[in-house]
Design a protein around this ligand. Sequence first.
Ligand SMILES: Nc1ncnc2c1ncn2[C@@H]1O[C@H](COP(=O)(O)OP(=O)(O)OP(=O)(O)O)[C@@H](O)[C@H]1O
Ligand SMILES: [Mg+2]
Length: 269
Amino acid sequence: MTALLEIDGLTKSYPSRSGFVKAIESVTFSVPQGSFVSVVGPSGCGKTTLMMSIAGLRPISGGEVRMNGRPIDGPPPGMSMVFQDYSRSLFPWLSVGKNVAMALEGQRKSRKEIAVIVEQSLHSVGLDGSEKLYPWQLSGGMQQRVAIARGLATSPQLLLMDEPFASVDAQTRANLEDLVRRLWDEYSMTILFVTHDIDEAVYLADQVVVLSQGPSVVRDVIDVDLPRQRDQIATKELPAFAHLRANVFSQVMGSARRTDLVTSAVHPE
Ligand SMILES: Nc1ncnc2c1ncn2[C@@H]1O[C@H](COP(=O)(O)OP(=O)(O)OP(=O)(O)O)[C@@H](O)[C@H]1O
Ligand SMILES: [Mg+2]
């Protein structure tokens, strides 16, 4: 499969009082066209930094990110992003419909065309007829559906999702996971999905990229050879699912343990 997205030796440091702080040591992996790839890693390892860099929203310190073979140096066409914190990514003073329509700003579309796209996007996430409501009138799960609808409005080739379901309850999360799998199929998208939930990473994806403790490197890329049709109960009961989850878990824990050892060697108690 050809790679839609190539992340090649990406490094990122942030300026700090004492010079700079490294958030990403060096990350290299690629995302095949049409695939669903999840990225897991411990808290603070640089996942959001990685996503913002891929989206062209943060300048990178070294390496290269390419989409369709072209280096990214600003938000590229054909890419949308859904953030973790829907309460901050939706505009509370705009209706649901206007929030979704924001994605189409700057595109030459008539009001009628925009209305059709907004209606279609909201239909795709099961929120028909909610155009005139305001985000604060909706539950957390529904607000995240609005954020997803906004991501879909441009019919992106690549959808980036940064821990999108971290702030919703378990039942809502399971529903949203299945929604995203369905949309991935319907919209023929490629999805790069960041999570720190190992079950979620395995359940959703074709491939799991495991990042180390920060500043991150890629620890492993694990193929998920589960049947394409996923089910919250049946898939999670498969021996292959248990095996994959154990494999990812030991990689994530392994990276944390190794760093703990280094830290205690430097700062003996
Ligand atoms: N704008 C910033 N300026 C300075 N340092 C930053 C900035 N954003 C992130 N960092 C630092 O970079 C590192 C990685 O942060 P990042 O938010 O990318 O991690 P993360 O894996 O997304 O964390 P979490 O699991 O908590 O979402 C952290 O040490 C963080 O303090
Ligand atoms: Mg983050």
